[in-house]
Design a protein around this ligand. Structure first.
Ligand SMILES: Cc1ncc(COP(=O)(O)O)c(C=O)c1O
Length: 404
C-alpha cells in the first residue's frame, strides 16, 4: 500500500487533532456520569417546532432544496442583521456571511488572514477548535492568561510592548467574549474597552467568537466588543448551534462588506454554500417568533444545571479546589492543587467512580494547565450533576490524601 504521508503538504505537520474529542471515546460510556462533552442538552431540542417548520417549508418555494448563494440566503442574512443591530452592532445583510457553524468561520478567517508564522494572540486557556484552526494555517499562538474577568489586559500590554520592541505584531487576537469555552468566564466591560485600545495602539484585529452569549443567566447585558468598535477592527462570530440545534450547522460572521466579499471567495472553494435546508429552517424559526421563546427556556434549563453544579461543588469539594462561577453558557473550570495531574487522574475517575471530565491541559498553548479541569453542566441531568460532583470530589480527595 502507498504511504500517503509522503505526499502530504508541509502544513499537515502543524495540524492537530482534538485531544478532547478523542477523550470522549473514553468518557461517553454507559453508566458513566460525564461532564466531558460540551454539547447542548438533547432534550432541549425543539422537535415539534422543527417538524412543523420542515413540513411547511416546501409548500411555496424550493429554496431550501436548491444550491444557495455562497454568502447565504438573503432573508436569513437580513434577519441576522436585524438581530445584530438590535444588539448594538449596526449592520445590514451585506455585512453578514452565513457559515457552517462558527467553526467554519474560524477556518475561513485563518485562511484569509494567516501566513505561516503569523502571530495570533489566544486566551490561555482557549477554545480548542479555534486553537486548532489557527494551527492548521501555521499561525504562531501566543497565550494571554485569564482571570475571573477574562483576558489579563495588563499582561497583554506588556507582551505587545515586548513584541513591538522586536518588530513583531500579532495579526489578531481570538477571544470568546462571553461565558468562554472552557472557563465559563466573560470579559468585563472595562477590559473590552482596554482590549480595543490595545488593538488600535498596536494595530491588530479582534476575532470575537460568541456562541454562548444568548444563554445568559443574569439580567445585565454586556455590550459586544463589536458594539464599541467604530472602525471595523472587530470580526464577530455567532452560531445557532447552542440556541437552536448544532445539527443545522449554521453560524455567521459580521464584518465589513469588503471582508465579507473576501471570505465569500474563500468559502466558494470550500463548500459553494452552506446547507440551504439548514438556512431555511433557521430563518423560519426566527420569523415564527419561536426561536426567541426557545432561548428563554434554554436559559432556565441551563441556569438550573449551573446552580446544581455550583451547589454540589460547594458541598463536596475539598477546600484546596477552586472554580469559576459562570453567569451563562455551559462550563465551569476547576483548579486543583499543582501536584495533581488531571490527565493522570481521568482514567482513575472513570474506572473507580464512573465520572468523567476533560483535563484542562489541552486548552493551553504553553503546556501548563495539568492541574485544571473543564466541567460541562449542559448535558447531565440535575441528579447526575449532584452525584457526579460527589464522585469527582471523592477521587480528588483520595489524591490529596496520597500527596499529604
Ligand atoms: C467557543 C466556540 N466557538 C465555536 C464553536 C463551534 O460551534 P459551531 O461550529 O457549532 O457553531 C464552539 C463549539 O463548541 C465553541 O465552543
Amino acid at each position: 500500500m502507498l504511504q500517503m504521508e509522503r505526499y502530504y503538504a508541509e502544513r499537515v505537520g502543524h495540524m492537530q487533532g482534538s485531544d478532547i474529542r478523542d477523550a470522549f471515546k473514553l468518557t461517553e460510556q454507559p453508566g458513566i456520569i460525564s461532564f466531558a462533552g460540551g454539547f447542548p442538552a438533547p432534550e432541549s431540542f425543539p422537535i415539534p417546532l422543527i417538524e412543523r417548520l420542515l413540513a411547511g417549508m416546501f409548500k411555496s418555494d424550493y429554496s431550501g432544496l436548491q444550491y444557495g448563494p455562497t454568502e447565504g440566503l438573503e432573508d436569513l442574512r437580513h434577519e441576522i442583521a436585524l438581530m445584530m443591530t438590535a444588539e448594538g452592532v449596526a449592520c445590514d445583510a451585506q455585512n453578514i456571511l452565513i457559515t457552517n457553524g462558527s467553526q467554519q468561520a474560524l477556518d475561513l478567517i485563518c485562511k484569509v488572514f494567516l501566513d505561516p508564522g503569523d502571530i495570533v494572540l489566544v486566551e490561555e486557556p482557549g477554545y480548542v477548535g479555534g486553537l486548532n484552526a489557527i494551527g492548521n494555517y501555521q499561525g504562531q499562538k501566543v497565550g494571554i492568561p485569564m482571570d475571573d474577568e477574562g483576558l489579563r489586559i495588563d499582561i497583554m500590554a506588556n507582551r505587545l510592548k515586548e513584541m513591538a520592541s522586536k518588530g513583531q505584531r500579532p495579526k489578531f487576537i481570538y477571544t470568546v467574549s462571553n461565558f468562554q469555552n472552557p472557563t465559563g468566564v466573560s470579559l468585563s466591560v472595562s477590559r473590552r474597552r482596554g482590549l480595543l485600545d490595545l488593538a488600535r495602539e498596536y494595530d491588530f484585529l479582534i476575532l470575537e467568537d460568541n456562541p454562548y452569549g444568548k444563554i445568559s443567566f443574569g439580567q445585565e447585558t454586556v455590550p459586544h466588543i463589536k458594539t464599541i468598535d467604530d472602525e471595523g477592527r472587530v470580526i464577530y462570530l455567532g452560531s445557532f448551534s447552542k440556541i437552536l440545534i448544532p445539527g443545522v450547522r449554521i453560524g455567521w460572521v459580521v464584518a465589513s462588506k469588503e471582508l465579507i466579499r473576501q471570505l465569500t471567495v474563500a468559502k466558494q472553494g470550500t463548500d459553494l454554500c452552506s446547507s440551504s435546508l439548514g438556512m431555511k429552517l433557521v430563518v423560519e424559526s426566527i420569523l415564527s417568533g419561536e426561536l426567541e421563546a426557545h432561548v428563554e427556556s434554554l436559559k432556565v434549563l441551563y441556569r438550573r444545571r449551573r446552580d446544581v453544579m455550583l451547589q454540589a461543588l460547594a458541598r463536596y469539594m475539598p477546600r484546596e479546589v477552586h472554580w469559576t462561577r459562570p453567569q451563562g453558557g455551559f462550563f465551569v473550570w476547576l483548579r486543583l492543587p499543582s501536584y495533581i495531574d488531571s490527565k493522570d487522574m481521568l482514567p482513575v475517575a472513570v474506572a473507580e467512580e464512573k465520572v468523567a471530565y476533560v483535563s484542562g491541559q489541552g486548552f493551553h498553548v504553553d503546556g501548563t494547565g495539568h492541574n485544571t479541569i473543564r466541567l460541562a453542566y449542559s448535558q447531565a441531568s440535575e441528579e447526575n450533576i449532584e452525584e457526579g460532583i460527589r464522585r469527582l470530589a471523592s477521587v480528588i480527595r483520595r489524591r490529596l490524601e496520597v500527596a499529604m
